[in-house]
Write a protein that binds this ligand. Structure first.
Ligand code: ADP
Length: 568
């Protein structure tokens, strides 16, 4: 068997890559202008020019002043060269103040704001944990503490102020300029307010700066979730060790057994059918006719190129693929779909949609934008639109499991598996009125991988849509199993993927960060790994049920042996 270990996967065919190409069309985020940007010269030359200017015009003006006093000429009589010298003096003074004085000014402002903070009106700030007013967060990823000394006496005062509501808890990061200290103070205040100990919730060992303004607000610690590894998963000729963050006993062991069955049967194969994130705003018109006019305009292929041009300005990686409309009376729901490179893409697609809405306002001034998301997207809710149309990555994955593997590794037989699948995953789910739930436990595997790799766990809802098919092949001896998952929403950049632990798990799979050569290839590979792991999980759990092992193994691995009454 030709098996390659954890090498980067070759790029997917261009059809599967889904239009992630094209020239860079958006510029990088603008930084605020600095004083040193005043001239298009290296910093030392810019400084030299302004220093020379400052001292020479000062010397010249003083010289002229002395001459005027000597000749009894009034000082306010100024010549053209003198006016130029005064302007140069002011300009160079502003530059030098901007360059060298800024630290002094900032220190001064920090002191002043600290004093003001102490005097804040109780009525404004009362209420621990008030989150409806969001304080501006420090811009820097690693801000220098505005209040440098870390004295416990000082911390004690701040904790007291948070408890009595003088200092809003949400403002601690921006006020202290030290994320770890802010978490410590908030946690102390929380313990005093609730009277409950947080001793078992760890505080140390986490980089709170890395979540600032991006992943979690008002942190008081972090929860530890064990990460197990299943594998190797042999998928498309490559081996992957799959990280799974879970507290459900049996899950990793069971997925691991499925991986083994797949491995010894020659591996699984996957195909990525589609790659496009969606966002659907809702807009309202005065009557049905106008709503229909916009629907026809958006769906007319003649207008697509113009709309795509406007949409794609949101990011170098966003490429509009389609717009699907649905009308409810005089309200129009427009489902925009676009490829998003290696990002899961919600931010990207939302920005693109906003561009198009702004653009449409000129031709449809009577269009009332009710919401950038009108739930036809549909994000984090079970919805038929995702099940049928797909959202994120649509993947199908299959494996042929040999008869002896079914017997020896999975401890069951092909006929029992096929019958169970038909009755449980297909018929039983139909009886239950399932929406995308034609599987045994896809969400178990999806959630565990999502948490380990920094995906948005709430998207487990539609990402776990899956239909598991089983069929006896080769005259009934072997088992053909497949999982079809239309809405796997994953990314390898943005959100929680950049945090240290999650990033390490992505790295283990060889899909960390952006794929420089083929933008989007890392996220697409991750989606196929998710589907392959679900295949392994389905195979193993279905086998356990078919063999009547489920209760037995749960009793062994999942049932706590501790006497909980004593723990309480
Ligand atoms: P999301 O849209 O999933 O919420 P973000 O907008 O937070 O993700 O993250 C995407 C950011 O990463 C964008 O600013 C984008 O320009 C940048 N980026 C860098 N490389 C890539 C890549 N290969 N694919 C997608 N985005 C990338």
């Amino acid at each position: 068997m030709d098996v390659r270990r954890r090498q980067p996967k070759p790029p997917l065919p261009s059809a599967a890559r889904g239009g992630g190409r094209g020239p860079a069309s958006s510029s990088p985020p603008l930084e605020p202008p600095k004083a040193s940007d005043a001239l298009p010269l290296p910093l030392y030359l810019t400084n030299a020019v302004f220093f020379t200017l400052f001292f020479s015009v000062t010397y010249y003006l003083l010289h002229r002043w002395r001459d005027k006093i000597r000749d009894s000429v009034p000082l306010h009589f100024v010549t053209l060269p003198e006016i130029a010298a005064i302007v140069s003096l002011i300009a160079s003074f502003i530059y030098l103040l901007g360059f060298f004085g800024i630290d002094f000014v900032q220190t001064f402002i920090a002191r002043a704001s600290h004093d003001a903070w102490e005097d804040l009106d109780d009525d404004v700030n009362r209420g621990f944990g008030c989150t409806d007013i969001v304080a501006p967060l420090p811009k820097s990823r690693d801000p220098a503490p505005a209040i440098s000394a870390l004295s416990s006496v000082e911390d004690e005062e701040i904790v007291k102020s948070v408890v009595d509501g003088t200092i809003p808890s949400y403002s601690l990061e921006s006020k202290l300029g030290d994320c770890r200290r802010a978490a410590f103070v908030r946690r102390e205040a929380l313990q005093r307010t609730t009277g409950k100990s947080l001793a078992d919730l760890p505080l140390e060992g986490f980089d709170y700066t890395s979540i600032l303004g991006q992943c979690c607000e008002m942190p008081v610690g972090y929860v530890q979730i064990p990460v197990g590894v299943a594998g190797p998963l042999l998928l498309d000729g490559f081996e992957y060790y799959v990280p799974m963050a879970t507290t459900e006993g049996c899950l990793v062991a069971s997925t691991n057994r499925g991986c083994k069955a797949i491995y010894v049967s020659g591996g699984a194969r996957s195909v990525l059918l589609r790659d496009g994130m969606t966002r659907a705003p809702v807009v309202r018109f005065g009557d049905v006719k106008r709503a229909s006019e916009l629907k026809f305009f958006l769906e007319d292929p003649v207008n697509f190129d113009t709309l795509a041009l406007v949409f794609n300005r949101s990011s170098r990686f966003a490429r509009l693929q389609s717009i699907k409309c649905s009308i409810a009376g005089k309200n129009l729901f427009t489902r925009f779909s676009c490829s998003t490179g290696d990002a899961m893409g919600m931010n990207m697609v939302s920005k693109g949609v906003q561009n198009v809405l702004d653009f449409l306002q000129s031709d449809f001034p009577d269009m009332d934008v009710i919401g950038i998301s009108g739930n036809f997207c549909s994000d984090k809710k079970p919805a038929a639109v995702n099940w049928i149309e797909g959202r994120g990555k649509s993947v199908v994955c299959e494996a042929l499991i040999k008869e002896e593997v079914v017997k020896q590794v999975l401890k069951t037989n092909v006929a029992a598996l096929v019958e169970l699948n038909m009755l449980k995953n297909l018929t039983g789910s139909a009886v239950a009125g399932a929406l995308g739930g034609f599987n045994a436990h896809a969400s178990n595997i999806v959630s565990a991988i999502y948490i380990a790799t920094g995906q948005d766990p709430a998207q487990n809802v539609e990402s776990s849509h899956c239909i598991t098919m089983m069929e006896a092949v080769n005259e009934g001896r072997d088992l053909h199993i497949s999982v079809t998952m239309p809405s796997i929403e994953v990314g390898t950049v943005g959100g929680g993927t950049q945090l240290a632990s999650q990033s390490a798990c992505l790295n283990m799979l060889g899909v960390k960060g952006a794929n420089k050569e083929f933008p989007g290839a890392n996220a697409r590979l991750l989606a196929t790994i998710v589907a392959g792991s679900v295949l392994a999980g389905e195979l193993s759990l279905m086998s356990a049920i078919a063999a009547g092992q489920l209760v037995k193994s749960h009793m062994k691995y999942n049932r706590s042996s501790r006497d909980v009454t004593k723990v309480c």
